[in-house]
Design a protein around this ligand. Sequence first.
Ligand code: 3HC
Length: 314
Amino acid sequence: MDTKEKSDVFQKRIDNGEKIEPKDWMPERYRKQLIRMMSQHAHSEIVGMLPEGNWITRAPSLKRKMVLLAKVQDEAGHGLYLYSATETLGVKRKDLVEDYLYGKAKYSSIFNYPTLTYADICVIGWLVDGAAIVNQTMLAKSSYGPYARANLRICKEESFHKKQGYEMLAKMAGGTPEQQKMAQDAVNRWWWPTLMMFGPPDEESPNSAELITWAVKTKTNDELRQSFVDRTVMEARKIGVTLPDPDLKYNEETGHWEYGEIPWDEFWRVIKGDGPMNRERLKARRKAYEEGAWVREAAMEYARKKKYREGKAS
Ligand code: 3HC
């Protein structure tokens, strides 16, 4: 078959809801899109450990410290699942990591904001992981097998992340006046950046149409954002925090919550590297990567020697 015929067969497989596996034929563009999206997802998980890691030593109790430690460890695991899934597309982890550390690849805008108080940790669990669940539940049905399976596993842990954040925030929102103020201040600062996590508006999303044709994504950025807003408005009311959007109103006809204008100029500024914490995040990750080089070299040398010994023995 020529490439056109192979692409037609490929599209039929996608339309039939089949999973594409690493050894299957796939258009080069499909492979490139997957590498872009999956590696940036993995980078986001790893960079996402920094804002929360900032509060591990300052958690208000041993229990909160343990819960936060477990969550941050989970995020590291999510990054590893996703790097492993991306490597099935014939790329090297070293290249992927160095792409974001020193060059062009992105990670999620949301992790370029500072965690100013402990309430930020509660709100990240509730809002940021809540948004991630909406997105990753969809990605668990992605046409690329390894990516779908990685997201399936991630979603199970994300629901714990969201629940623990929501439970902690409910405690603060029902606590002393200082705690209530701290909780509301964190919600005010994280609400709009969380809506930006889903990506630009559909009409400004160059990748969405292609990703949907290939069922890598099955919903658009705006559809996911809307589904997140609809479920979060009620959760906010339940614990007595206010979402900082005076234009929020329920549309009886559509059954959706309409929301105000998202500050897109801030979004594009942050993803171009000019957010509140972009420089600190990359500096911290570069330092860890460079200081950890000896561990990678030792592990590679050990693996090489082991392979050599096994080769000699057989
Ligand atoms: N942060 C950074 N860059 C973003 C972005 C965001 N929130 N939203 C969009 N972009 C970038 C895109 O990467 C693209 O740039 P590129 O072509 O150079 O990669 C450009 O803006 C245009 O966006 P599109 O809508 O055309 O891009 P996509 O169709 O790929 O949609 C996406 C963007 C929604 C992030 C999608 O790629 C996606 O769903 N990725 C997988 C999930 C993911 O990465 N989530 C990040 C959060 S991880 C997390 O929350 C961890 C949890 O444990 C807390």
